[in-house]
Write a protein that binds this ligand. Structure first.
Ligand code: NAD
Ligand code: WQD
Length: 341
């Protein structure tokens, strides 16, 4: 029988692309998602793309009885854990929701895994755990910093609790994948990022301005010490992230302990460079105006991805142009995301 992989949050943006990659590689996939920030339509689209569907369980990672049942009724060998809340501003307003979903949810999941004897886990962490590093590029040896918001703190707490767990029991094999800035969509234009309401992140916002759903982008500050004064980030195509998960999974099934890998490209682009690249891909103008800096933002952030290159034989392959073209294709084909109205 094929290996069964449990993907929590598998109906979401990064989870759906990774679910597709797993199915294409011949894994059997069980998706557990409470659909609080996604639609099961993403998984129907996954099936349209590859002809295979994951088993979908509509449920919550905090529901211990349900998770115990999922492990008891299946032969799961590893868990890819994407489920969680991710909106920085909302986390400031509703911190308890963030600690409950992200931290309590991860604790409950690990308790159920331990009881079921499943010790292989890939966790969706974030470059936000580095706080504001003094130099670039950021390598995994850098100390973790002080995240500026409850979302970031919840990610760091989960990293730390997973480190403690692995120290307490040598059977655990855990990958902490620190994503930089995920963007893009599957090249088919059938699955992509479907933000709820006003987008928080740059590229979904730019894309909705280009298609005319939003009037103009606010560029948060042009007085940073960067090449053009706007913030610089390491944007990585979601397809490369999906491949990175497969590589991490292959690596950790052969060993135990905790491994940390940055998933980034190693190249930073400014907000203005992103706008220009999107204008080129979409052949539209992206109206913007420069406003005050957004509180909590750092000037620049990009990865040293060499550890993943050496240890996982993984490298981000998609260019900035591909990130933009694929985002635009998804936007044009799905002006209202997964809801067809
Ligand atoms: P997403 O919101 O699209 O996906 C998360 C999924 O988890 C959603 O489908 C949501 O319905 C589900 N979910 C949330 N809480 C749940 C719960 N308690 N039980 C079951 N399902 C639950 O977000 P994404 O961009 O795909 O992010 C996936 C993971 O990667 C998250 O953990 C996020 O923190 C992390 N991450 C994201 C980014 C980013 O910029 N997108 C960057 C770094 C890390
Ligand atoms: C990118 C750049 C903004 C929106 C966040 C989280 C991080 C991770 C990824 C999950 C910055 C500028 C943005 C806009 C703008 N998420 N910007 N106008 O802030 O790097 O990271 O998402 O783990 O934890 O903090 O991403 O896309 O919000 O911003 O000028 O309307 O675009 O100032 O320079 P960020 P982002």
């Amino acid at each position: 029988m094929a290996h069964q992989i449990l993907v929590t949050g598998g109906a979401g943006y990064i989870g759906s692309h990774t679910t597709l990659a797993l199915l294409e590689a011949g894994f059997e996939v069980i998706v557990l998602d409470n659909l609080c920030n996604s639609s099961a339509e993403s998984l129907r689209r996954v099936k349209l793309i590859c002809g295979k569907a994951p088993t979908f369980i509509h449920g919550d990672i905090r529901d211990r009885i349900l998770i115990d049942k999922v492990f008891a009724e299946n032969k799961i060998s590893a868990v890819l854990h994407f489920a969680g809340l991710k909106a920085v501003g909302e986390s400031v307003r509703e911190p308890l929701d963030y600690y409950d979903n992200n931290v309590t949810g991860s604790v409950t999941l690990c308790q159920a895994m331990s009881q079921a004897g499943v010790y292989t886990l890939v966790f969706s962490s974030s470059a936000t755990v580095y706080g504001e590093p003094l130099q670039m590029p950021i390598s995994e040896e850098f100390p973790t910093g002080v995240p500026t918001n409850p979302y970031g703190r919840s990610k760091l707490m989960v990293e730390e609790l997973l480190q403690d767990l692995a120290k307490s029991d040598p059977r655990w094999s855990i990958a902490l994948l620190r994503y930089f800035n995920p963007v893009g969509a599957h090249p088919s234009g059938m699955i992509g990022e479907d933000p709820n309401g006003l987008p928080n992140n740059l590229l979904p916002y730019v894309s909705q301005v280009a298609i005319g759903k939003l009037k103009e982008l606010s560029v948060f500050g042009d007085d940073y010490p960067t090449q053009d004064g706007t913030g610089v980030r390491d944007y990585i195509h979601v397809q490369d992230l999906a491949e990175g998960h497969m590589s991490a999974l292959r690596a950790i099934v052969q060993k135990t302990g905790v491994d940390i890998w940055n998933l980034g490209t190693g190249t930073g682009y400014s907000v203005l460079e992103m706008i220009r690249a999107f204008e080129k891909a979409s052949d539209r103008t992206v109206a913007y105006q420069v406003v005050e800096r957004r509180s909590g933002d750092i000037a620049e952030c990009w990865a040293d991805p060499s550890k993943a290159a050496h240890e996982l034989e993984w490298k981000a392959k998609n260019s900035l142009e591909a990130m933009m073209n694929d985002t635009w294709r998804w936007q044009v084909n799905n002006p209202n995301g997964y809801v067809n109205d």
